[in-house]
Design a protein around this ligand. Structure first.
Ligand code: NAD
Length: 495
């Protein structure tokens, strides 16, 4: 069985813990490798490498750091197909999902290429006689990232691009479900000229995470994953004095007003609900049909579903791949089992779909008459299940969304500019789409939800990333006031 290693101090390092976790090929439903799970000692070795590398990396000029990022970007672009193949092999992504993930990741590298412009501080001359005050942004030291399975290339790139560009050194703990792409990124960073020890990967599970959270030499932790773990990471990391940003789960609602373009809304609902098999934190999982739009909308969505091709990522025509594990597939399917008993109508049942024989596949599902209180409404299902909730008015739709525990993303479909404008004002959700179903902000904005979708006050990537990975030092300096002093400069002041 192939084993998947750590990457420490510029090289692959096999795990010595004796503990491992299976890595599946989700499209075939078989184990294809075992990933070593780091012991406390192995985390410590990676952190020590990052700590040693920090001194020189911090002193590396901004233009040299940017040059590394430019070269890294070129390497990622030129090896795009290979990275996409790896995403498909371990995560099960179909080609369009893998390409989309990489494109969004590359945007973050491009943002980090501009780091010299973003690390400018402020300067106030003459706050009193001869006194100037200015601020500089300095790196934190060793920072860590803990990432989920669903975007094994993009989410690490949300973190390490800015962390490294701002002068920190980095320890990544990727998801143990699809760990290999992190090693390929490590290799490309090295090829781009990143010094050894600046970027390290420790494969692992809770043991590694807990060591990261308590390690005295780690200054900050970025986390993306489910809400219960995000809450745990935030509470534990901050209790240990670390700066923590922790992004959690989601249940994203898409409101369709009666005046919406129904074909546009149905296309959007289908791609946003079932893309990446619904395993996206920005997936639409609830459509809120306002007024009389429900029947027409459900018909429009239903007629599109049989055309959606479910298959392995190795087939270029596949539009939706498998779920990450058999266990997760069964958990998602259990919501279909329980839906009718809770009072929902199962319009399309993914368990009855004609699916590839092997692999962790589940067909697309559509539930109607879903309501608050039902588990299919309250929980993050994280699979290809779209629920429809029917309400009478715009206010009911807003109230429904604002009462939900999650507040990651939402969307409204309407032709009415006034309604759209009111929605962006009224809604308690961090990322809003207006006739856009998956409103993931571009890399020069920052990403983050509200409510139980985030812990801490820092969004991730973009300007928020630069802030998170730096701390401000403010300097107050006094020199003889050049306007009034007759200080002896040691050489003639004028000719
Ligand atoms: P997860 O929370 O199970 O795992 C995330 C990371 O935490 C992994 O590295 C995992 O090894 C680690 N982990 C898991 N259990 C742990 C424990 N008990 N103690 C310590 N560490 C633990 O999430 P996942 O299933 O990999 O990813 C899917 C989740 O991530 C969904 O909830 C999704 O909404 C969320 N997500 C959120 C965003 C966002 O930006 N808000 C983006 C992507 C994914």
């Amino acid at each position: 069985m192939r084993t998947i290693d750590h990457w420490i101090n510029g090289s692959l390092v096999p795990s010595r813990s004796g503990q491992s976790s299976p890595v599946y090929n989700p499209a075939l439903g078989i184990q294809q490798a075992a990933v070593g799970l780091a012991s406390i000692d192995e985390v410590d070795i990676a952190v020590a490498a990052a700590k040693t590398a920090f001194r020189a990396w911090r002193a590396t000029s901004l233009s040299k750091r940017a040059e590394v990022m430019f070269r890294f970007r070129e390497l990622v672009v030129s090896r795009r197909d290979e990275i996409a193949e790896l995403l498909s092999l371990e995560h099960g992504k179909v080609p369009s999902d893998a390409a989309g993930e990489l494109a969004r990741g590359i945007e973050n590298i491009e943002f980090a290429c501009g780091i010299p412009a973003m690390l400018k501080g402020g300067y106030s001359e003459g706050v009193s006689s001869g006194v100037d005050v200015y601020s500089i942004k300095q790196p934190l030291g060793v920072v860590a990232g803990i990432t989920p399975f669903n975007f094994p290339a993009m989410v690490p790139m949300w973190m390490f691009t800015n962390a490294i560009a701002t002068g920190n050194t980095f320890v990544l703990k990727p998801s143990e479900k699809d760990p290999s792409v992190s090693l390929l990124l490590a290799e490309l960073l090295k090829m781009a000229g990143l010094p050894d020890g600046v970027f390290n990967v420790v494969q692992g599970d809770r043991v590694a995470v807990d060591r990261i959270l308590e390690h005295p030499d780690i200054a900050a932790v970025s986390f993306v994953g489910s809400t219960p773990i995000a809450q745990y990471i935030y509470a534990t990391g901050t209790a240990n004095g670390k700066r923590v940003q922790a992004l959690g789960g989601a249940k994203n609602h898409m409101v369709v007003l009666p005046d919406a373009d129904i074909n546009m809304a149905a296309d959007a609902a289908v791609s946003a609900a079932y893309g990446s098999a619904g395993e996206r934190c920005m997936a639409i999982s609830v459509v809120v049909a306002v007024g009389g739009v429900g029947d027409t909308l459900i018909d429009a969505i239903s007629e599109r579903l049989p055309k959606l091709k479910v298959g392995p990522g190795t087939d270029p025509s596949s539009e939706m791949g498998p779920l990450i594990t058999g266990e997760h597939r069964d958990k998602v399917a259990s919501y279909l089992e329980g839906a009718a008993g809770e009072g929902a109508t199962v319009v399309v049942d993914g368990r009855e779909a004609d699916l590839p024989e092997h692999g962790f596949f589940l067909g697309v599902s559509l539930l109607d008459n879903v309501a608050p209180g039902m588990s299919s409404y309250e929980d993050e299902i994280f699979g290809p299940v779209l629920s429809v909730v029917r309400v009478e008015t715009y206010d009911e739709a807003v109230d429904l969304i604002n009462r939900h525990q999650y507040g990651n993303g939402t969307a409204i479909f309407t032709r009415d500019g006034g309604a759209a404008h009111a929605f962006q004002y009224d809604i308690n959700v961090g990322m809003v789409g207006i006739n856009v179903p998956i409103p993931v902000p571009v890399a020069y904005y920052s990403f983050g939800g509200w409510k139980a979708s985030i812990f801490g006050d820092s969004n991730i990537y973009g300007p928020a990333g630069v802030e998170f990975y730096t701390r401000t030092k403010t300097v107050t300096s006094r020199w003889p006031d050049p306007a009034t002093s007759s200080v002896d400069l040691g050489f003639p002041r004028t000719r």
